[in-house]
Design a protein around this ligand. Structure first.
Ligand code: SAM
Ligand code: SF4
Ligand code: F3S
Length: 440
């Protein structure tokens, strides 16, 4: 039996694409390998949102040259966002001549056809620039047993000036309302207990559909799906977060009270140059309305430091908002110029040493806040959806609160995978909260 190994970089969207790739491969008779060395087919599902993950892919793929010398039948494929960049397929051919297969994000469904060619000893390179329609019904080999990713829309039309995603994922395309509802029902029947709805900008879901239904309508339709205890979604753009959406979430039973709202920067001048479409004041007001309507919700964010032209005063605005709003946690990034984006062409790039000094300061401020907030959980009893064994210790189980905090606790008969249990937090920390089961 031929074995495959997929290495995924990037966001949940890509993780889910890898599940679809795995599904197509298993339909073809491939089985999962436990390590690269053991595989007959290695696929890198790539990301190009920042320079780092891109560099890693070239490094890892180059490393496989030796393995291929020892095992000439080894097939190496590269797919995902990196491949969609202009001239990238040619660069791969030049720098990684031992790669057999190159496949874009818009034609993922073409994998089986391309593999026919590769397995017959040819090379196959196919990257579509234009997305066709949405291909439904592709198989997915889901990595998790409790929580399932469900794509609700593809692409992004926002063109934030720093971001490559709209160029590599194409225009916004929403899946049909009924197709999503049906997939979630099937997942509930199959024993999944949580769904995470995926899109680069989920709250513009439906803008391209003729039936007039939007993201709030979708959430409302999914709330109460038999078997599904929790609904999450990512990512939502602060600009499009309507009051209707807040009210829908507040009134629902299963939509989790966790809001991931990427702020990116605190300064209005920087936000405008980023093309984000909101001001600091509008963002702060949104968070205030969410906290009012959905008490106890957690709010997390993404932040970029060192955007072109960012002055010390601009950066201090970011720190100010972080201190004022007290996010539960934040993903913090150093601005990375991406070929073809507007921000990469801006003249006033910030020097690397300034960027790294700023990110250190930002991380310090946010970490203190995260630890302080989590300390407030000590002794509290929270509802945890048990996901399975902890990644760090087989003696422990892990799960999440509705507010998306990871909780780790000793095994307990009441805590079976996929069940909701009451856990008392005994030792709060920055990333993982330690606890003990106190009830089913
Ligand atoms: N669509 C989502 C949004 O609007 O926030 C996620 C986009 S991206 C996959 C995730 C995060 O990467 C962004 O929120 C942003 O903070 C960061 N990011 C995107 N482009 C970047 C760049 N060129 N340099 C540094 N960080 C970047
Ligand atoms: Fe990138 Fe902005 Fe689209 Fe998010 S909303 S994917 S940051 S362009
Ligand atoms: Fe990266 Fe593509 Fe996601 S660029 S962050 S994998 S959409």
């Amino acid at each position: 039996m031929r074995k495959y190994f997929i290495q995924t970089f990037g966001c949940q969207m890509n993780e889910h694409d890898s599940e679809v790739i795995a599904g197509m491969l298993e339909d073809r008779g491939y089985v999962a390998a436990h390590a690269v060395d053991d595989a007959d087919l290695v696929i890198f599902n790539t990301c190009c949102v920042r320079e780092n993950p891109e560099r890693k892919v070239y490094g890892r793929a180059a490393d496989l040259k030796r393995l291929k010398l020892a095992k000439p039948d080894l097939i190496i494929g590269i797919c995902g966002c990196m491949v969609q960049q202009e001239g990238e397929a040619q660069r791969i051919a030049r720098k990684l001549p031992h790669v057999d297969l190159v496949l874009g994000t818009m034609n993922l469904h073409r994998l089986p056809d391309l593999l026919d060619r590769v397995e017959a000893g040819q090379k196959a390179v196919e990257v579509w620039d234009e997305q066709g329609g949405i291909v439904e019904g592709l198989p997915a080999r889901r990595a998790e047993a409790v929580s399932a990713w469900v794509t609700i829309m593809y692409g992004c039309d926002n063109f934030c000036s720093y971001c490559i995603v709209p160029y590599v994922r194409g225009r916004e395309r929403s899946r049909r309302f009924e197709d999503i509802v049906e997939e979630v029902r099937d997942l509930g029947r199959a024993g999944y207990r949580e769904v995470v709805l995926l899109g680069q900008n989920v709250n513009s879901y439906g803008h391209d559909l003729a039936d007039g239904r939007d993201f709030a309508d979708l959430l409302q339709a999914l709330d109460g799906t038999p078997g599904i205890y929790r609904i999450r979604y990512t990512t939502s753009h602060p600009r499009d977060f309507s009051q209707k959406l807040i009210d829908t979430i507040a009134a629902s039973k299963t939509i989790c009270e966790h809001f991931h709202l990427p702020l990116q920067a605190g300064s209005d001048r920087v936000l405008a140059r980023m093309n984000r479409g909101y001001t600091q004041g509008q963002y702060v007001d949104l968070v205030r309305r969410i906290r009012e309507a959905v008490p106890g919700s957690s709010i997390t964010t993404d932040l970029i430091v060192g955007f072109p032209g960012e002055t010390e005063e601009d950066f201090l605005e970011t720190l100010k908002v972080v201190r004022e709003l007290r996010f539960d946690s934040a993903f913090t990034f150093v601005f990375s110029p991406r070929r073809g984006t507007a921000a990469a062409r801006m003249k006033d790039q910030v020097p690397e040493d300034v960027k790294s000094e700023r990110i250190q300061r930002l991380i310090e401020v946010q970490e203190d806040i995260t630890v302080e907030i989590n300390r407030g959980l000590a002794g509290k009893v929270v509802e945890v959806l048990v996901e399975g064994e902890s990644k760090t210790s087989p003696a422990m189980l892990a799960g999440r609160t509705r507010t998306n905090k990871l909780v780790v606790f000793p095994r307990d008969d009441r805590a079976r995978r996929g069940t909701l249990v009451k856990v008392r937090i005994t030792r709060p920390q920055a990333w993982t909260q330690m606890g003990e089961v106190v009830g089913a």
